[in-house]
Design a binder for this molecule. Sequence first.
Ligand SMILES: Nc1ncnc2c1ncn2[C@@H]1O[C@H](COP(=O)(O)OP(=O)(O)OP(=O)(O)O)[C@@H](O)[C@H]1O
Ligand SMILES: [Mg+2]
Length: 264
Amino acid sequence: MWKREKRLPSCMTENVSDDLIRLVDMVKIYDTGSIKVLGLKRINLTIKRGEFVAIMGQSGSGKSTLMNILGCLDRPTMGHYYLDGIDTADMSPDALSAIRNRKIGFVFQSFNLISRTSALKNVELPMTYAHKSKKMREQRALELLERVGLGERYEHMPNELSGGQRQRVAIARALANEPPLILADEPTGNLDTASSVEIMELFSRLHKEGATVVVVTHEEDIAAFTERIIRFRDGQVVSDKRNVPKELTEEEAVKMKKEGTPCC
Ligand SMILES: Nc1ncnc2c1ncn2[C@@H]1O[C@H](COP(=O)(O)OP(=O)(O)OP(=O)(O)O)[C@@H](O)[C@H]1O
Ligand SMILES: [Mg+2]
């Protein structure tokens, strides 16, 4: 089961509600000097603990802008982003990076693994930043690689793994500090259909174990795995609907089990 996260000191949290993400009149403006680009226009949005959400929309509609703010990689220009009750708007870069390390696991389209570094060491990295002991890091990284079906590949370098396997290492790394929130910006964008299904099944499983998962995608087939689909256009939410998540057919599940993929 998904372990409950450790509590922050009471001075840092008003953690009493089910809302993990709350955006209030949130605006993002990119100031490029000569022109100002409106990335997001007054977004009001709540995502509850344990939800499995897809963010969709055309290129340039603001999906990555949103994910970067949700992931504390960037801050709103106006309005508020409450993550687990904590307002990130006035946080210093150091405070943002501390909260990111503790509460967020980020998965990128291009995997962002460190080359010439084993799968095990890649997964250990966020735990190094969190000052975990070497023994604890290694043990947990191995457990996580097993959880994503790569227990036997722990010594492999990223260039010795397939795209789908690399993304599984990246997901194991995102889980290292047991974050309550997993954000994935087009995690299947560089993968073939079979690997994409594998990755979405893995996210489904994490969601069923209690994680909150938000996935950006261009593909309806990928969004179909989630329970809620939010669509953006020109920096605004234009639709927000419940979805009955796609389950693998028995035939697909048997096929994946035979191939040793980690979904079943
Ligand atoms: N660093 C930046 N500086 C200036 N403008 C930016 C910057 N990042 C994004 N934008 C602009 O903000 C808007 C939203 O961009 P964003 O990257 O969020 O779109 P997206 O929905 O993720 O698109 P895609 O599907 O192509 O990844 C676009 O008009 C884009 O040009
Ligand atoms: Mg994007």
